[in-house]
Structure formats: C-alpha cells, structure tokens
Design a protein around this ligand. Sequence first.
Ligand code: C2O
Ligand code: CU
Ligand code: CU
Length: 500
Amino acid sequence: MRPITRRHALQLGGLGVASLAIGTTGLVWQRGSRLVPVTGSDLTEPEVLRSRGGLLQVRLEAAESRISVAGRNATVYGYNASLPGPTLRLRPGDRLQVRLVNRLETTTNLHVHGLHVSPQGNSDNVFISVEPGESFDYDYQLPEDHPPGVYWYHPHHHGMVADQVSRGLYGAIIVEDPDPIAVTRERVLVISDITLDGSGQVVAPSTMSRMAGREGDLVLVNGHATPRLSARPGERERWRIINACSARYLRLRLDGQDSELLGIDSGRFPEPQPVDELVLAPGNRADLLVTTRAGSASWETGSVDRGGMGMMSSLGDLSGGVGALATLRVEGDTAPALAAVPVQPTPEDLRAVEPARRRRITFGMGMGMGMGGDMSGGMGMGGGGGEAMGMSFTVDGKEFDAQRIDQTVQQGTVEEWTLVNDSPMDHPIHLHVWPMQITAEAGQPVRGVFRQDVVNVPARSEVTVRVSFDNYTGRTVYHCHILDHEDNGMMAVVESVPSA
Ligand code: C2O
Ligand code: CU
Ligand code: CU
C-alpha cells in the first residue's frame, strides 16, 4: 500500500460511513461476556534476539500459554510464551537457525514472511509439517544484498494458519540497514487482533466471519490494548509496524506529529515521504519515522472498505475503525536535532526489463463448490465448521493443491503478472521469496518504484506487478493474506526452475 492522499482518503472515508450504516446484525447475538481490556499501560516490546558474528540461533516453542493479553490473563498461543514472539534482528548476509518445537495439539511449521531466502529444504519451505510433540531445525541464509527492513514470522501449515496466527503466533524480524539511520529510539509495533471471552479464552469465529476473514474485536499493539508511549519533543522515532491481523486492514493516523514513510515491506523510497495516513493490508509492514512535537497524540486506526460478499452480505463493518491503538505523550525539553536521513538505495526498476512472460492470475470466490458444497446451511449465520462453508476460494478457478504446480518460472527471468480480482471483496495478494514491483493499478500505470510482498487487489479490479525471479529455485506459494481465504483454498504453487 502506498501513502494515500487526503482526497483519496476522504472518498474512502465516505464509503466507510456507508458500510457502518449496514449495521452489525448477526454479530450482536455473539456479544455475551467479552474480556474487558486494561488500557493505558506502558508499551512493552518482546525480547530482542540479535545475530552475532553473522549467526542467530533461536529456539521457538509454539504452545498454548496463559499469559497477559490486554492487561488480563488469557489463554492464547505464543512462541516462548510470548505474544508477540521474540523479535529477531539480523544483518544482510546473516544465517538464521531456528529450532521450532511444536507443543500445540495441531500441526504447524514456520514461515519467514518477506525474507528473500531459498524456499527449499529446511529453509523457507512451507510444505514442511511439524507434528505435535515434534521439532524441526530451520536454516536460512540471507544474501549479502538482502534488503533491510521489517519482516515477520508466523505459521504456514495449510488449513491451520488463520487459527494459529489469530491465537497469537507471530513475531517481528528486522533486517538492519547497512547504512544506519540516526534515530532517538526504535519501536517494534506488532498490531494484531483477537476476540477473547470474559475468562480470557479465544472465541472461535462464526462461519460468516471466516468467509469474510475473521477480525478480532480487540486490536492489540504488542499484546497491549491502547498502551501509552512517551517521548520528548524533537525526537526522531523509528516505528517498525507489522499488520499481523488475520484479515483486518489498518488505516493508521497519528495527528499532530510528523510522520514520514521510509518504505513498505522490503520496498524503500529514495527519501522518506511525508504521510498523513497509511493503509496496511494484512501482512504488510511499514517502516515509519516519527518526529515528535509537544502535546498528546492518539494513534488511530480508521475504517477501510474492503468490500463484502455481494448480496449475501450481512457482515456489518469489515475493518471498521476502532479508535486509539495507542497514545503518545510528548513533553519535556526539546531533543537535539539528528543527522539527516541518508539517501536510500532504490531497487532496480523492472519496467526497464522486457518480461520473459506475462500471466493473468485470477482470484475468485465461488458459491457452493468448495468445502463440502453445503449451500443450504453453509451461508447461514449458524453454519458449522469450515467443512460446511458454502463458498470456495480459488486461484484460476482451483482450490489449493500442494501436489500441483500452478506456474513454472525460469530462474533469472523477469515476469509480469496481472493479479485479477473477480470477487466483491478485496484480496491482499502475497508472493513468497520474490518481491513484486507494482506497475499498474486497474490498468493505469503507476509512477515510482513500489516494491512490496503483499499487494492489495481491490474488489472487481486488477493490479499488475513485475517480479524478478532471481537467486533461488524451488517451489513456493502465492496466496491471499486474509488467512481464512488462504486456508480455504485461495493459494497456489509457483516453481522456479533452473534456466537451461
Ligand atoms: Cu505471511 Cu504465505 O505468508
Ligand atoms: Cu509470506
Ligand atoms: Cu482473500
């Protein structure tokens, strides 16, 4: 997502109001006892694990734990009993070794979202299954020229992703800048959402909300509800923001402060761009500089219209505004000014390269075909589990099959992919391993070089991207990052094969 102009934001804001008016019928009956969050606590961050001498070795144990969430005891999932899991800090060229221990009751695995590493063997291989009680040793080698920025890790076992991520399995990965940027402090801000009942148990989503993509009613920053941040005026903070929500889009604003965007995902602007507002689809990350001004500010997330399910829609307010994610209090003596931000190296503009191939890839939602084809009960509010969902989620008309190769690309070539959304709902499309450069939106060419690994494709629209399939061969996936859509089939396999 790119910074949105005020005019565009106002238009979308209008649509947000319209979707509010549709109301929340169907959700009301669920509102029994809900956990009452404790707000206003000081923001804390997960433990930081840093590479030394080119190596970081970590053990991540995935387990259900009773830990503090939103200031209350809750039974959630965590890596090392932490929500979010530890922050991993790496440098380009480093090796990361993770022993993943599965203490859950379901199969899991690990994905390093956005890292440009091999998808094979025990590297970023999403086809690995780690059964309950088992462990697996991952080994990732970052290239020397790995783009610095904000990445993250989460489980990726097909069918279990939304459940495991929404219960708390995610953590940040930071790849340091080779050319450091002077800041007063850095903050890692992992935004997630979850629904907890009064005793702190996770509330399972309804069938309808799984079709739309589950949204939790608590929106958390590092596991806190509306935590408090403080700073002195004139400081430059670097906010590493991750949208770890399973389906919720975020429209972030920090009024009264000076925000400049360094980049989204692994993409960077040559110079930081002033922004009023930032929209992050699920899976996107932002690298933001905030120069503080005296006063109190509220970090808000507003509504994003991410479409609906056409005539079947009684979903209410998808990705509705939730108000303050955090508060920022700026007071005290003005901090001394810091050195200017160095000019950032821009990635190669792939528009200068003639694509070896052009493909159109269509993301769709069908009725009554998938998951047991239960048309009668599947669409109702009281529908059963996933097997009864009366809607199929497809790529080029097919549900995910790990045994099938949907696209074969030649290593070392550049391709142009037009991502077509044939449905009434937005889909944030993610490709593993290789970042995408957006070249056109709804047929209109874009200016500038925007490289992202999650690209939102609006309802009934299309986005064209170019991808350089450099460095690696092997099989990996592309999919919708609304995790319920991925789990229900909106994922496909791409294989990069060595050039002859
Ligand atoms: Cu963040 Cu394939 O996922
Ligand atoms: Cu990913
Ligand atoms: Cu989707």
